[in-house]
Design a protein around this ligand. Structure first.
Ligand code: ZN
Length: 184
């Protein structure tokens, strides 16, 4: 699976500014997986195989990163696919997506770092009467072990080399700093 991510160009080497404000020599751009639907399908199938025994009715992910992923995972489980999105900073289930009371919901995410957005999705699911049965991500890049109340699955464990901005070897070598997402 790591090879697939490299092949897809989802793992970038360089000098990156992370959303935390820290610097890294590596960045994960999962959108690149879904640039090629055959990669996206393989990733979706691999996650579906790990979580199939939970028999989810719905696979849900946070927008944007979880939209296609949820769809690809749901395809292999014959489940429904949905996504949550932020409205005024608040995670919500919109677009007339509907969860029946007591349905089993699998939450998927492209990259799990702190688990914060997954927990926000879980809150939305519970508010709509669903039961979170499992959580799965393509890449777990958490530094501390994530502790969820339900089983957590991932395809690849990847730690990023993280540097403080004032003590970064790449800054010292004058390697241009890239803010991911803004790169053409
Ligand atoms: Zn740096």
């Amino acid at each position: 699976m790591l090879d697939l991510l490299v092949q897809a160009g989802a793992i970038l080497e360089g000098h990156f500014l992370l959303s935390s404000g820290k610097h890294s020599s590596r960045y994960i751009q999962c959108a690149k997986i879904f640039e090629r639907p055959n990669y996206g399908e393989k990733i979706g199938k691999a996650i579906a195989e790990k979580i199939a025994h939970h028999e989810p009715h719905v696979v849900i992910g946070p927008a944007l990163g979880g939209v296609i992923l949820a769809y690809e995972v749901a395809r292999h489980l014959n489940a429904r696919a949905m996504f949550t999105e932020r409205e005024d900073g608040q995670m919500k289930l919109r677009r007339n997506f509907h969860i029946e009371r007591g349905e089993r919901i699998a939450i998927v995410e492209d990259v799990t770092t702190t688990g914060k957005s997954v927990l926000e999705v879980a809150e939305v699911v519970q508010k709509h009467g669903g039961i979170v049965c499992c959580i799965a991500s393509i890449v777990d890049r958490s530094i501390e072990k994530l502790s969820f109340d339900v089983p957590f699955y991932f395809l690849v464990k990847l730690e990023l080399p993280i540097f403080e901005p004032d003590d970064c070897p790449l800054c010292r070598q004058n390697v241009p700093l890239i803010k991911p997402g803004s790169r053409k």
